[in-house]
Design a protein around this ligand. Sequence first.
Ligand code: MG
Length: 307
Amino acid sequence: MGKWFAQRKKWNAINLTADLRKYEINAMIKLSVLSLLFATLTCALFAKSGPAIRKEIKEENGRNVEYMFIDGIKVHEKDPEKQPQPPVVEPKPYDAKSSKPPKGAIVLFDGTQKTLKNWQATNGGPTKWKLVDGALESVRGGGYLQSKKKFGSCKLHIEFATPREAKGSGQGRGNSGVFLMGQYEIQVLDSYNNITYPDGQCGALYGRAKPLVNASRGPGEWQSYDVTFHRPIFNEAGKVTRKAKFHVIHNGHVIHDHLELSGGTGWKGPHSISEYKKHGDKGPIKMQDHGNPVRFRNVWVVPLPEV
Ligand code: MG
């Protein structure tokens, strides 16, 4: 009898331990689920998945005109009350050392006839752009210029000078552009004492983002862009799954700080800009002919590994 009681006591102890373990495991699972739920809700509340884009169609003179708003600001908004001009800053002195191509860089243009061969017209034919004093100069009606080599994510150094004689105003003064993958434009404009809509001034990611500051030099002076670009990625269905990212330094000042590009930069209308459209993994470096003789020099690229 005594033996039976001892055995029973032992079983009770084992069962009690097992029940306790079960209770502990259940409690741990519940706690984990609750933590996960809390983390998800916190992320949803505080994560910014990019600017809010809103579109409106207005009828004007019998035509439908698209109005696009990025974080509540109309594309190409000119009213400084609604979209303030970026503050004007003193450009940093030209840094000859950091302007030199580093090891591993692909030199696209170094002022020589030899490197002019790295470029072509957009139809693949010879370019009409001219080699003037060691610089590539755009020719009115000559079309865009593009590199024969194509790039995805990369670092780009490029120098430019708007015409010494500052003719025209707004978008009509010293207009050109530098395009990554042949389509994402960093605006080139004479923005020295020349007001235009901020998302279209020198250094703007055209129509999408104004520069943080206006670091422009005067007409005819050499300026630089140092760009770190991460290309967008699209899925099979053509939807962008990773947006392009820009980090841009203009004359030594950061004007876009690891900025995620919300869409395309193609002019779609007076208040509207293009959307992402699926394209390949690589594209050329392209410069715009906008009718003004803008010059370029010292162009090199360091391809970045895809992550
Ligand atoms: Mg342009």
